[in-house]
Design a protein around this ligand. Structure first.
Ligand SMILES: C[S@@+](CC[C@H](N)C(=O)[O-])C[C@H]1O[C@@H](n2cnc3c(N)ncnc32)[C@H](O)[C@@H]1O
Length: 331
């Protein structure tokens, strides 16, 4: 395994990305500064609009050559700059989806001159038409009620009913409020459940995920939980330490189960959708893959990162045991 794999470097991504070989990464999954003035212990989110967009274009051009031909990219943004940044990316890649993350922020007053913004925008882009995408890994199981509603003989034993349905592009999952056990000391930490869905859908098992803006290490933790590798950068040494702690904790325990999210983003079928569920003729195509046959070894040797300053990160071996989810429902 190359030395840079499974490490987060406390460095400026723009200065360090050149160390990652071109065409070596399966998935770029990133959540850059949004340009909204957040305090990350540095000025990265405090650039004026034109400067911010020019900087964004620079890192996009530095990161895209790292992707394999069938690789893809997810980028979290805000509505303020997603139009400009999506145009940049559309000039370089194929846009597959705009995903809206509904953060489920409760209404608490706020501006009287605008509507309250409660969503982040995530763009999903692919390098080519042959991009990797494993729909079966992220299907949402139908609940017992739904299955019962489809109990007519033509549906009995229908595989689509067992496989579950395709997640839509509106993902409703609570932001990580202070009471949430997953929450660490980072102002814009993303919930694992949404990052894991992207990982499962768009990176093959054992593949490599690059996040140039790791923050508290959510992408790395999601990768490890799902049997993928990671590499990334983070400017703030305190966040690197937080990421290291998360990777060393049980939070980063490998989840094998049946390769589906253990805590899928909650979505309830509306009665109208029940009626529109696919018929035998329109049933979803099935991949040639056994549902619960993730061939993961009983234990996995992985590297634990340890910060050694700007020279990089030493590695130490730890053993990750297979076990079922430690997570309780958090939304
Ligand atoms: C939106 S946050 C990422 C949060 C992350 N997704 C999480 O769940 O914790 C963006 C991060 O990028 C870091 N950052 C900003 N500019 C950077 C750069 N040039 N290189 C590396 N990291 C950078 C910031 O310090 C900040 O922690």
């Amino acid at each position: 395994m190359p030395k840079y794999v499974d490490q987060i470097f406390n460095e400026d991504a723009l200065q360090a990305l050149h160390r990652i070989p071109d065409a070596s990464v399966d998935l770029i999954l990133t959540d850059p500064p949004y340009g909204l003035g957040k305090d990350y212990g540095n000025n990265s989110d405090k650039q004026e609009a034109r400067e911010y967009l020019a900087w964004t274009e620079r890192w996009i051009d530095a990161v895209l050559p790292k992707l394999k031909p069938d690789g893809s990219l997810y980028i979290f943004l805000t509505w303020r700059y997603s139009p400009e940044i999506f145009v940049m990316l559309k000039q370089r890649m194929t846009m597959i989806n705009e995903i809206i993350w509904d953060r489920r922020v409760p209404s608490m007053g706020g501006s009287t001159r605008s509507f309250t913004s409660v969503h982040d925008t995530a763009g999903f882009f692919a390098n080519s038409k042959k991009y990797y995408f494993d729909l079966d890994a992220v299907r949402i199981p139908y609940d017992a009620e739904t299955k019962k509603a489809r109990s007519r003989s033509i549906f009995v034993g229908a595989k689509w009913l067992e496989l579950g349905y395709n997640p839509k592009d509106l993902w409703s999952a609570s932001r990580l409020h202070k009471e949430n056990p997953e929450r660490v000391d980072h102002p814009t930490q993303k919930p694992l459940e949404i990052i894991e869905r992207m990982v499962l859908a768009s990176c093959p098992e054992g593949g490599l995920i690059l996040d140039p803006f790791m923050g508290s290490g959510t992408t790395a933790v999601a990768a490890r939980r799902r049997g993928r590798h990671f590499v990334g950068f983070e400017l703030n040494p305190d966040y690197c330490q937080i990421a290291e702690n998360r990777l060393a904790s049980s939070e980063a325990t490998l989840q094998i189960l049946n390769n589906q999210p253990s805590e899928p983003v909650r979505e309830k079928l509306a009665p109208s959708e029940l009626m529109a569920a696919p018929t035998r003729r329109g049933r979803p195509a099935q991949k040639k893959q056994e549902q619960s046959s993730v061939k993961t070894p009983a234990s996995l040797r992985t590297e634990k990162m340890q910060n050694t300053g700007s020279q990089g990160i030493e590695t130490k071996q730890t053993e990750i045991e297979m076990q079922t989810s430690l997570w309780s429902e958090n939304i």
